[in-house]
Design a protein around this ligand. Sequence first.
Ligand code: TPP
Length: 432
Amino acid sequence: LDCMGCNVCVVQCPTNSLSMAPAEGELAQQEVFDYCVAEVSDKPEIQDATVKGSQFKQPLLEFSGACAGCAQTAYARLVTQLFGDRMYISNATGCSSIWGGPAATSPYTVNKEGRGPAWANSLFEDNAEHGLGMLLGQNAVREKLVAETEQLLESGADDALASAANAWLDERDKAEESKAAADGYVAELERVIAQGVADVDLAKSILADKDYLAKKSIWIFGGDGWAYDIGYGGLDHVLASGEDVNVFVFDTEVYSNTGGQASKASNIGQVAQFAAAGKDIKKKSLAEIAIAYGYVYVAQVAMGAKPAQLMKAITEAEAYPGPSLIIGYSPCEMHAIKGGMANCMVEMEKAVDCGYWNLYRYNPAAPAGKKFTLDSKEPKGGYQEFLMNEARYSRLTREFPGRAEELFEQNERAAVDRYEHLVKLKELYADA
Ligand SMILES: Cc1ncc(C[n+]2csc(CCOP(=O)(O)OP(=O)(O)O)c2C)c(N)n1
């Protein structure tokens, strides 16, 4: 009933098993669907962080008001499948704050235990700082919980409480282990309060903050206008802080939500507002600026091109105990792709194949010689065809044909240089 009709599932299905049909004829299926949602249990044994295994996990982002075929929601949904039950999201103003927080309803939801992403939007210009604040606030509460737990142990806890409290102290910074340890500790706290067999006031005070016992996953979401331009100073500050936050940039190469203004992520020859005759300077390499810190996890990904690389990037970023930045290529309505947004994922693959977009990961936690991985292959050609497949470029050939030829050539040359540069980086980091 909530299908947007984008057709992406039909285009992407590896076994061509799907087709679109008018909803009216399918309503009899609704009962089956409702039964499945309510009654079919989770199957943890087939769930993992692979492309396939992740899709057996419950998405905690459901029906948003995004444009049909939007790439942003596909990325965000996947992140909620992996970490949604312990996830905090700080969302920059932009498309993702509009489809992510339409106010009257919320597309973010909870699992059967009532756990789901906690979400808030501050401002366009201070989203990274807002996300860092979410982490620092939690750290303060958790430090208080540690101090109170130590006090509780000193004040005389029975064996069962002491073992649950110590288990939580030991496991509290491990994502999965801390969940079970927190549940065990909460059960013991409730028992000693009911039986009056420990410092009840202290136990109640710990229980009041029980939501903070399990380790959380902090995510900072936003578009390229936020990350490359208006929120950049704050983003840089937060990445430099060394704190354990994860940033996901939905890179549509344009300010999508306000009608398509050029950003520093826009590319040469791309037509956008404030670049009506095609942008004449190249895209900023936000990823490389972040890599220069040396202690920031950085990845460039494109779901439709190499989903396995995307899975690695998301899991490595989340596991890295410092700041992480993932930049996801996000085809958008604004690109006016031939055939429409049903081709969203196909277009990502084309972008990577021709070298318009490159896939790589920089992992500070990897051993020396293995920190930088170039995940995309040498470009296969077809660069100009790729540009001509999108009206954000092709329209320039009608409006300013001479300039179009010149700028598109520059765009391709910049891509060739960029790939050569990435190969050099690979060699450089192989020795570092
Ligand atoms: C300081 C400030 N300037 C401008 C705006 C208006 N504004 C809201 S969203 C947005 C565009 C966001 O673009 P981007 O970050 O690329 O995200 P997208 O919509 O493309 O996902 C703008 C300009 C604002 N909210 N605050």
